[in-house]
Design a protein around this ligand. Structure first.
Ligand code: SF4
Length: 244
């Protein structure tokens, strides 16, 4: 009865199929997370082009990230219960950001109940383990001194939208459990983010022609085409292309 070596894998596959079929995510809208993707891929999704599925490995990775968000929430709620720090969770907004219709979803927003000050928190899960070090016999672990640009753009967009002067990024390594935390000034990044918003709103709109000239931005160039969901692009290197 229990000799099947794909019993758990099969259960995940069917769970993911159900989740993808019932995903309420608005595929036509421009999301704050789109500003850190290849504009051509965003255009394809917003235009209703057939897209590759995410695949079970990616969905499991997402889930690990969501599980860590839950840990962050639990820690914040137990530490700051009964204080002037209120934690607003899954605070999705839809509205004008710099004149651009944009959907954003900060993981959490801190609110000072006395002053009304807000601060969005973006929680990210990654790995800080770089490579095997023969000299030490251990893997090298590099704690980032600053957050990745794609995190900053996404979190900064949310900060602009809710009118907060600062935003917080928390990054944890799923290999080591090590965690880093950054607080950044919104005004430092606002000009760049506003330029991105204007560009993505222009070229990714569902009524726009396909932006063939768009390539992945430099900060995601090393991996974007390997994970891209747009099967219609000649640059696509996603392994799932082979199973279409
Ligand atoms: S394959 Fe690469 S260039 Fe083409 S849409 Fe995807 S990310 Fe952009």
């Amino acid at each position: 009865m229990f000799a099947d070596t794909t019993l758990v894998r099969d259960a995940f596959e069917s769970l993911h199929e159900i989740r993808e079929a019932n995903d309420p995510w608005d595929k036509v809208a421009l999301h704050s997370s789109d500003l850190v993707k290849c504009a051509r891929e965003v255009w394809a999704r917003r235009s209703g082009k057939p897209m590759l599925p995410l695949g079970s490995d990616v969905l499991r990775q997402f889930r690990i990230g969501v599980d860590f968000e839950e840990q962050v929430l639990e820690a914040l709620e137990q530490k700051y219960a009964g204080t002037t720090i209120e934690i607003l969770r899954q605070a999705e907004y839809f509205g004008l950001n710099n004149g651009v219709e944009l959907v954003g979803h900060p993981d959490f927003i801190l609110r000072d109940t006395v002053t009304g000050e807000l601060q969005p928190i973006e929680v990210k899960t990654t790995t800080f383990v770089a490579r095997w070090n023969k000299a030490t016999g251990n893997k090298d672990v590099f704690l980032p001194k600053e957050p990745a640009e794609r995190y900053v753009i996404q979190a900064g967009t949310n900060a602009i939208q809710i009118g907060s002067d600062t935003f917080r990024i928390v990054v944890v390594c799923r290999n080591t459990g090590k965690m880093v935390e950054f607080v950044l000034q919104t005004s430092t990044f606002a000009p760049r983010i506003r330029a991105l918003q204007a560009h993505y709103a222009l070229v990714t709109g569902p009524n726009q022609p396909e932006p063939h000239h768009e390539v992945p931005p430099a900060h995601i160039a090393s991996f974007a085409c390997k994970f891209c969901a747009y099967a219609g692009c000649e640059n696509n290197k996603n392994p799932l292309m082979g199973v279409l």
